[in-house]
Ligand binder design. Structure first.
Ligand code: ADP
Ligand code: MG
Ligand code: ZN
Length: 441
């Protein structure tokens, strides 16, 4: 089955920004755990006549996301009204962006040593700004509406259909999450709903080259755990239809994480006509070159660049450089610890080992970390019993070299040191090894 068909997947990812206030009003945007309908005002409740005022910080943060995904920040942009009728949308339209998004045409390259093969690139079609909707919940036959989430800044990232497996999607999404957290603009937490994935999925005959004439959008994937599962289920479902000579219907499907299946929500027949038009309450934007350059310059060193620097400059193993750069706090801490331990002649790779393998916490105060690290590294020198056993073994196995050393060829001792180090798997201090060897000889 895998050979005959290739999945074609494009993503729509929503990310909620953690700005102080909402997108178009002064309400507190941090609604998590708040009593329903306590973070509301006439604007985000959609009262007639209430006027939206765009949140400048949210727009800047969105543009930083765009730039971090290697997009072009557009010089001219505007907000549009996207109409649909649903109880989570008090105005009857969502303020979004249609044909002039804030950022377009980007690319994300992911190099993940845990995934086989080379680095992979995925094209970003556009990144735009919109407002979140209210949250619905159901109590018996009643639907309850909580407007706390209504109008919280929401960034939408749309990719080209460049993914051909669920693994690729998961790898991209993890990278995206790391990048967004580096920027400090969102928690990007799928379980909390601050990052949401809607994959568009179709399947083509392998090698065909043209996109299938349909796509299925899958909604309600509310946890990282289900990303792969939902996509793989949907791909299999479509292949079964294709094998029967049918073309899967273009539709929106939901993911049921209890039954672990996708189910039809709405089909093409009732596809929405959103009647987009420019929001007359919000004047269009023009961003000059300096503004756009400042956005670019405000970006931190991003994970791929940091990972490469850790490998090339600090000589850290690829997989460790990857692990250490998954989180900006850990990466910064690691660098500070390296600086502090350099005076003790402790290499960055040893510091990496201590953090990753010995799980020495990067939440420790730096001075405590440094003294504990020194202790840990000193501890390995004291395994003298093993050292003496290995030295005896090496002496026994290399009589000629031993004779050379005894005959005055001092340089030959380094060969023996090397052999001992190999047997110690590097878990020994070179000075101690040399000293003990000399004693034994
Ligand atoms: P719509 O206007 O229906 O939202 P778009 O063309 O904007 O459709 O695409 C939405 C998403 O669907 C994008 O992520 C895009 O990459 C993806 N997509 C487009 N065509 C296909 C296809 N044949 N199979 C899978 N995904 C697709
Ligand atoms: Mg769509
Ligand atoms: Zn409000």
């Amino acid at each position: 089955m895998e050979k005959k068909y290739t999945p074609v997947i494009g993503l729509e990812v929503h990310v909620e920004l953690k700005t102080k206030s909402k997108m178009f009003c002064q309400c507190d945007a941090n609604y998590f755990g708040a009593k329903p309908n306590t973070h509301v005002c006439p604007v985000c409740m959609g009262m007639p006549g209430a006027l939206p005022v765009p949140n400048k910080t949210a727009i800047e943060w969105m543009q930083r996301v765009g730039k971090a995904l290697n997009c072009t920040i557009t010089a001219n942009s505007k907000f549009d009204r996207k109409h649909y009728s649903y109880p989570d949308l008090p105005k009857g339209y969502q303020i979004s962006q249609y044909d002039e998004p804030f950022a377009v045409k980007g690319k994300v390259t992911v190099k993940n040593p845990y995934v086989k093969g080379e680095a992979k690139s995925f094209r970003i079609t556009r990144v735009h700004m919109e407002e979140d909707t209210a949250k619905l919940s159901h109590e018996g036959s009643n639907t309850l509406v909580d407007f706390n989430r209504s109008s919280v800044p929401l960034v939408e990232i749309v990719t080209e259909p460049d993914f051909s497996s669920a693994e690729d999607v998961k790898m991209f999404l993890e990278e995206l999450q790391v990048i967004i957290r580096y920027l400090g603009v969102s928690d990007a937490d799928m379980e909390k709903g601050s990052m949401r994935l809607e994959p568009n999925i179709s399947v083509m005959k392998t090698g065909l080259g043209t996109l299938p004439p349909y796509k299925v959008e899958v909604k309600n994937i509310n946890s990282f755990r289900f990303v792969k599962e939902a996509i793989e289920y949907e791909v299999k479902r479509q292949i079964v239809l294709l094998e029967k000579g049918e073309t899967p219907k273009q539709e929106t499907r939901g993911y049921d994480d209890v039954k672990r299946i996708t189910y039809s929500q709405r089909s093409k027949e009732d596809a929405q006509d959103y009647r987009y038009f420019p929001d007359p309450d919000i004047p269009p934007f023009a961003f000059d070159e300096k503004y756009r350059r400042d956005i670019e310059n405000s970006l931190p060193e991003l994970p791929p660049a940091k990972m490469e620097r850790f490998e090339k400059e600090l000589k850290v193993k690829e997989v460790d450089a990857f692990i250490l750069t998954r989180d900006l706090g850990t990466a910064d801490y690691f660098e500070k610890a390296c600086k502090a331990l350099k005076a003790e002649k402790i290499e960055p790779q040893s510091v990496a080992n201590i953090i990753i393998n010995k799980r020495l916490l990067t939440s420790l105060k730096l001075e405590d970390f440094v003294s504990k690290a020194k202790g840990l590294l000193a501890a390995k020198k004291t395994d003298t019993a093993l050292l003496e056993k290995n030295i005896a073994e090496v002496i026994k196995q290399n009589p000629q070299v031993v004779a050379d050393v005894k005959g005055g060829k001092q340089s030959a001792i380094m060969f023996l040191v090397g052999q001992v180090m190999k047997m110690m798997k590097g878990q020994a201090d070179a000075k101690t090894v040399i000293q003990t060897l000399k004693e034994k000889l």
